[in-house]
Design a protein around this ligand. Structure first.
Ligand code: HEM
Length: 218
């Protein structure tokens, strides 16, 4: 335990924590995307999936606790790494010229903040129903269909999924780097895998609000 705390105290330790929690969150998102696109087969498929999750009882709460802990550690590590980077360069560059930084890497911080705000809104929208126009507990498929009939909300989801895609593409790429998997001979495959997973997860999720905006989800 002491070793873990000592590791957390270093920049490398915080990067490892970010990468490890990031992987947990990506695994959740892959399963979240697969379960949610079931809505295109039949909204009731989502109800049976949610009912099965709830039937897990304490195991579901352990998984939720693990997910929450992963988000908290990921955010704290990101915040502390930002502070360390600022402290290392207290005076900003007079001229900022990006050499190899991609748009995805430059939007990691405020894109991450947007995702955090989104998660809070999203739970109040589809889990508690606080921000839902006509929420019915247990009728998950119907709640998604009705929730996305509010076009500005569906547009917000699509925009957030775009940033999620950018965040994932750079995050997956960086996680490889953190774990030392960085070599010119397979950097191309690393980039392809990062983009492929990001497009699959964010693109898959975005199809649901996008279908509602286009009138295909009723
Ligand atoms: C269009 C995209 C999305 C759709 C349609 C969607 C759908 C849903 C639905 C229907 C629920 C409630 C499930 C239930 O009550 O059993 C839910 C819960 C949740 N979603 Fe999403 N989701 C989307 C994107 C995301 C994203 C991008 C994240 C994370 C960054 C996320 C994280 C969560 C979390 C943490 C919960 C709570 C899980 C729980 O209570 O156990 N979702 N989502």
């Amino acid at each position: 335990m002491n070793r873990l705390f000592a590791l957390w105290g270093t920049t490398v330790g915080k990067k490892v924590a970010m990468a490890a929690t990031g992987i947990i969150l990506i695994l959740f998102l892959v399963s979240h995307m697969i379960s949610n696109v079931l809505i295109f087969r039949n909204p009731e498929h989502l109800d049976s999936y949610a009912a099965w999750l709830r039937s897990l009882g304490p195991a579901l709460w352990i998984a939720r606790g693990g997910l929450l802990a992963a988000v908290v550690v990921h955010v704290i590590a990101a915040y502390q790494l930002t502070l360390l980077a600022r402290r290392a360069r207290p005076v900003a560059y007079a001229r900022h010229e990006y050499q190899v930084a991609t748009y995805a890497s430059r939007t990691m911080r405020w894109g991450g903040l947007l995702l955090l705000v989104f998660i809070i809104f999203h739970i109040l929208h589809f889990t508690t129903g606080t921000f839902h126009p006509d929420f019915r507990p247990g009728e998950v498929g119907r709640n998604v269909v009705i929730g996305f009939q509010v076009t500005p909300v569906a547009v917000f989801y699509v925009v957030v999924m775009l940033f999620l895609g950018l965040h994932l593409s750079h995050g997956i790429w960086s996680a490889f780097q953190t774990f030392g998997l960085n070599h010119p001979s397979y950097n191309r495959s690393r980039r392809l895998l990062a983009w492929g997973l990001a497009i699959l997860v964010a693109g898959g999720l975005a199809t649901i609000p996008a279908a509602a905006i286009l009138g295909y989800l009723k």
